[in-house]
Design a protein around this ligand. Structure first.
Ligand code: XAN
Length: 454
């Protein structure tokens, strides 16, 4: 502990395991100059009073007010940053039509850096205001605008993992929106990786380049192969869409006679640092392959309800040791809030378990053992995301970074229904997860630095 240490005092909620939440009542969190949690001190510890006496009058001591709580910052594993400009629109048509009618025309506009700057500034600040401290972003095919997104994350203090999207397939992508050719796609990706790694050196929280084949239909075999090699050469993250819709899944079967997971693995794209979005149609062999390679699944419950008409079996995948986190999938998912996605994850899982067709006998309606609890959905948005990215984030524990959101349950315009001073803290936790709105997020900190307040 030295003069650069910051001490935070208050009650925090953090995952103990996938099912259990640890309630740290009135703890001290000692955060060092690098933004790491150096020590977590309970009121029963011998050091507690000594630390309080030494620090409580200093300016680097922060005590939560009554009705305020710490939550780990959220980790959004799937955001299409350019699509923020169309969030909340056109969700009533199938994926393939949505991409061609709305999404590709929009994304093509990001060759204009002024437009990109406007949208990217907004999406990063909006996610921070919603408690998202780490985000895994798809940008567009444009190298410069993708670097700009990484720069904006760096400047706003968000831990951004950013991918320049690769779409080099001449038949499957529109002429107005694709990489010029395979060679250009690979050279641009390599330039992008080098630029973001250089940028990362000047950030505290880190920004990371991500190898990003949009999905198999958008890429040639040659680009998939080249991207796998780049990921290995630079030891980068990899992201893509995997077995998302009936259409995409069927396309990969026709082209490779195997599922997306095995096809991606053949190109070296399933690695410990890989995150595959959606995965609605993966089978047990695919799941085992994910577990063996350390590939994580990003569950996008809002988007899946619209575009895939599907619910992935979270509990089943976890039982097979697959790492899973949560994604908003802006703008396939309309909401920038992982609170909304936590809520939908619980709702969808219950519909999967209980079934939705009341015409069938109860025992034939659903998939047994599918429901997840609010604790488990919280885990996906925090610790599960951290494990998926193999970063020390998503938990309030020693040797994790100080990425937190301070939730204020007493905000006049968004007061949570807490009337008893001695209310059970797990009930408070549930009320926060189900009812909190952006107004309740008073402050957001990333790597020990305040990056948002209201
Ligand atoms: N597949 C996709 N799915 C999705 O939800 N959003 C996209 O932008 C996309 N591209 C391919």
């Amino acid at each position: 502990m030295n003069k650069h240490t910051h001490i935070f005092q208050g009650t925090a909620f953090t995952s103990k395991s996938a099912k259990e939440v640890h309630i740290l009542k009135d703890y001290l969190f000692c955060v060092n100059a690098s933004g790491m949690i150096e020590q977590v001190v309970s009121p029963e510890d011998a050091d507690y009073q000594t630390l309080l006496d030494a620090y409580q009058d200093k300016e680097n001591f922060h005590r939560l007010a009554d009705g305020q709580y710490f939550l780990p910052g959220f980790i959004d594993l799937h955001v299409h940053a350019p699509q923020w400009a169309q969030s909340g629109t056109a969700l009533d048509i199938p994926l393939y039509d949505w991409l061609n009618t709305y999404t590709f025309p929009l994304e093509s506009k990001f060759s204009d850096l002024d437009f990109a700057q406007q949208v990217y500034q907004d999406v990063v600040s909006t996610l921070l205001a919603n408690g998202t401290t780490t985000a895994l972003y798809f940008a567009t095919v444009h190298k410069e605008a993708s670097i700009l997104l990484a720069e904006i994350c760096a400047n706003q203090g968000q831990r951004g993992l950013v991918g320049k999207v690769v779409m080099d397939h001449l038949e499957n992508n529109p002429e107005y929106y694709r990489d010029l050719d395979t060679q250009t796609a690979l050279v641009d990706t390599e330039d992008f990786i080098i630029a973001v790694k250089e940028l990362a050196k000047s950030t505290k929280q880190g920004v990371y380049p991500v190898v990003t084949p949009r999905f198999i239909p958008s890429c040639t075999d040659a680009s998939l192969q080249g991207l796998g090699e780049l990921a290995a050469k630079y030891d980068t993250y990899v992201q893509s869409h995997c077995s998302e819709s009936d259409w995409a899944h069927g396309y990969v079967q026709d082209r490779f006679n195997k599922n997306d997971a095995f096809a991606l693995n053949d190109f070296g794209l399933l690695r410990d640092k890989s995150v595959m979005a959606h995965c609605n149609f993966i089978n047990d062999d695919d799941a085992d392959l994910f577990a063996r390679t350390g590939t994580a699944v990003c569950h996008c419950p809002v988007s899946n309800a619209y575009f895939a008409n599907s619910v992935i079996p979270i509990a089943h995948l976890q039982a097979k040791n697959v790492e899973i986190g949560l994604g908003s999938d802006i703008s396939g998912g309309f909401s920038p809030s992982l609170f909304d996605n936590i809520r939908q994850a619980v709702i969808s899982s219950r519909m999967l378990e209980d079934g939705v067709n009341p015409a069938l006998p109860a025992e034939d309606r659903g998939v047994p053992n599918s429901r997840i609890t609010i604790n488990e959905a919280f885990y996906l948005a925090t610790a599960g995301g951290g494990e998926s990215l193999s970063l020390p984030i998503g938990r309030l524990e020693t040797n994790y970074v100080w990425d937190v959101q301070i939730i204020d349950t007493t905000v006049a315009t968004a007061k949570l229904p807490i009337y008893q001073a001695d209310e059970n803290l797990h009930d408070v936790f549930q009320k926060i997860l189900y009812l909190a709105r952006p107004e309740n997020i008073r402050e957001v900190w990333v790597q020990g630095k305040k990056v948002h307040s209201r």
